[in-house]
Design a protein. Structure first.
Length: 109
């Protein structure tokens, strides 16, 4: 058995969890914080048999592809002293960091 830890963007967390549940996988969602940006992200824990690991990673890939989004620059929006108008900037969203760990023992009591 393996434990898959998938760290994903907050905006993909719920969709990904629903997709995995729909495929019959049990999932635990943790609210986590990235150490570098100190911003919230989502970590999903999925325990599966060895042969299901690739199928789970395929679902993660399908739901969390790295893509571009236009957003209004939040720094400019939040600064009322700024003489600059809010302007849209392109940012990367999505993507996933995945760890696959061996599970020594699994019990439900
Ligand atoms: P990613 O590499 O896509 O990582 C996204 C988040 O995944 C990370 O958030 C962290 O929560 C987790 N993560 C990634 N690699 C990990 C690992 N080896 N062990 C445990 N958790 C891991 P943040 O730490 O906030 O990083 C956000 C983004 O900032 C990273 O995106 C990367 O592009 C950049 N980054 C992170 N550390 C960096 C560093 N030391 N120097 C330069 N850029 C860094």
């Amino acid at each position: 058995m393996k434990l898959i830890l998938a760290i994903v963007h907050d905006i993909d967390g719920n969709n990904l969890m629903s997709a995995l549940n729909k495929e019959g996988y049990s999932v635990t969602k943790l609210a986590t914080t990235g150490g570098f940006l100190k911003a919230g992200n989502t970590t999903l824990m999925v325990g599966v048999s060895d042969e299901k690991v690739q199928a789970v990673i395929d679902v993660i890939r399908a739901k969390c592809d790295r893509r571009k989004r236009m957003v209004v620059n939040p720094n400019v929006m939040g600064n009322i002293e700024s003489s600059m108008d809010p302007f849209p900037v392109e940012i990367d969203v999505g993507g996933a960091t995945i760890f696959v760990l061996d599970v020594d023992r699994f019990e439900k009591i």
